[in-house]
Ligand binder design. Sequence first.
Ligand code: GLC
Ligand code: GLC
Length: 820
Amino acid sequence: MENKRYGHFDDQHREYVITDPRTPWPWINYLGNEDFFSLISNTAGGYSFYKDAKFRRITRYRYNNVPMDNGGRYFYVKDGDTVWNPGWKPMKTPLDFYECRHGMGYTRITGRKNGVEASVLFFVPLKTWAEVQKLTLTNQSEEVKTLKLFSFEEWCLWNAATDMENFQRNFSTGEVEIEGSTIYHKTEYRERRNHYAFYHVNTEIQGFDTDRETFVGLYNEFSNPDAVMEGRPRNSHAHGWSPIASHYIEVTLQPGESKDYVFLLGYVENPQEEKFVAPQVINKQRAHAIIEKLDTTEKVDMAFAQLQDYWDRLLDIYNVRTGNDKLDRMVNIWNQYQCMVTFNFSRSASFFESGVGRGMGFRDSNQDLVGFVHQIPPRARERIIDIASTQFPDGGCYHQYQPLTKRGNNDIGGGFNDDPCWLIFGTVAYIKETGDFSILDEMVPFDNQPGSEVTLFEHLKVSMNHVINNLGPHLLPLIGRADWNDCLNLNCFSWDPNESFQTTENKSEGTKAESLMIAGLFVVTGKEYVALCQKLSENSGKSGLYSKEAERMQAAIDAMIAAVKKDGWDGEWYLRAYDYFGRKIGSNECEEAKIFIESQGWCTMAEIGAEEGMVGKALDSCKKYLECEHGMVLNNPAFTKYVYEYGEISSYPEGYKENAGIFCHNNPWVIIGECIAGRGNDAWSHYAKILPSYVEEKYQTLHKVEPYVNCQMVAGKDAAKPGEGKNSWLTGTAAWMWLTVSQYILGIKPQYDGLQIDPCLPETAKDYTIQRRFRDAEYTITIHPNGSQKGVKQVVVDGQPIEGNTIPYSAGKHTVEVTM
Ligand code: GLC
Ligand code: GLC
């Protein structure tokens, strides 16, 4: 295992190339950018859905299965007695060649066996409700090849949750229709659903199957389906049980000949009045229209070129050349790509998130937005309004909402007291990127109630007020159900394994537990709020109003800073919290978990007590107690027993998840703290430890998960297997890594009036150049660090030295030289 490699980066094509299908964990990619989405593993496993992974699941997936990663879009090639799949699975026939290229919104899987190559390009074209699977079969041998080709998909009965449990119903409801080379899935269409799915191929077929049991055989598996093994489709018509879609195509290829087949997995919605064309016969007009757009190789190639063009443009917005490939590929390609994915999915659908549990998180989405806002600002704008619409009039928020309905999720409710602050965090990032202050005048409801609309600015105000109105005995913010750390449940007190830690409040009345993390977050976002008010007073002439508001909030910030200095400092680091009984958490006095990362991150970013040396000491303590080979752990030492006053955090074994795992999301907080403090060497060494390309070797065996993206958690130093990564893709780490490197390390910060240049680098940094599109301007910025970690000496814009380090915004192309 030691030096085994499963793949490598191909920067020129912006791809990760997997060369061995037996990766230590399925290494996946995401297809689709807006409405229609697919997850695809390196063996073509995964599933598709429309907008919502729970309510509109199109194909079925089996979680946590044996073997792993079961279910997907499979092509079976039967060549004489040999049957194989281009992605190796599910047949697992040894291939002569295998390669999977995960790129920006597409995946190409190629397999070769006995002189035949099958290469499948999977992607979701822009603005299209369908996944394209372009299969190219090539005869590389000297003889004529006669092949039997079977496609395979399995339909999910729409609601991914009930699909897994309500079998007394499910086994009777399945319905399909077959028309030419298209198989339609129309379960529940006869009643309240107005949507169906289809699976099409652009050639005549010689047979099909739509009933799983008939195709596979009751005692067989995907790795030896009856129909395929016998080379004989059954033309089965599913009624109930488990509907599938499989095309059967006979293919003859001359030596050297190549043929393309375009398979389309599509989704359609019909207006109520247009659902049927005859009793029980669905209206297929919209499906035909999608098919018509993509029924030739030329049309598909064009759609693919458009997708590539789209990504070229997105990735052109911020582009760096440092000469360090490992850094450049993360900044220019993978980190930004992961930010788009987390923006789209929040924490809903990955190979660790089932897509049935969580919708969009309030805090999560606001953070994800910051990694994405430079790419497509109008979508970030829309998201801000959606999120704010789930807020309550007192500033509290639903913790999650469902993307399909955009309604707050009642099961989890609210009461996570950090949530409100994140709305300021997200909104300010949007305005700084775009200069669009008009968003603040948008009328936005509370809890989606018509008639309750106030301006978005008002929402920001009640957000801040929510913190101020919920202070505890030390004048620090009350934590509520939890702050950013969902597992620090200080008002829960649960001995009942059937209770949810996060929604149980046994002593909700008079709760006293307080959070230093929210204190720091409040100061950071409060300063942003004050600056925004000042800016608004400059802009609007209503200066009195906004400057009063700025003063009011500044006073609250000052009070918070004083409270942290008085009751939030432990001598070498910031405390983490006070529990319900007023006892310290994250203190040297504690038996376990003496220090936590979150409050170090936020209070250093807020520079609380910088003059008194607190910031430097706290950052040093992170290095001393939290840092290890793989990054910084969340707390130290780990809890070794369950503490019922603390909740879920102590439920995890040592070194995992919130109990002293390396929860990558919060590492950048400390790194930004280091950057603000000007400690470039330390910032860089923390950053490189969790930068995927820097630890790629480790990923291949120890980390296990995809080497091209960050994962949520790497097992910490107290774990049984330190260094193992889990929960890849959907993590706030993506946005925070982006913010850290783009704004704090490389140092290009959007501000209301322009781009501020303020890098914080390791002494060894060489000259580098950044291309930055910003509103209607395009800057080429070259930075000469001269061995300095921080501090800009001079900024020259288009040959003219400027005052200070903020390039005043003006449209057009500009060249900037920066000396440190
Ligand atoms: C998960 C949640 C996020 C939370 C974090 C720490 O990533 O999505 O909201 O802040 O865990 O508990
Ligand atoms: C669990 C996880 C935490 C996550 C939360 C979301 O508590 O440990 O990481 O944020 O579930 O509901």
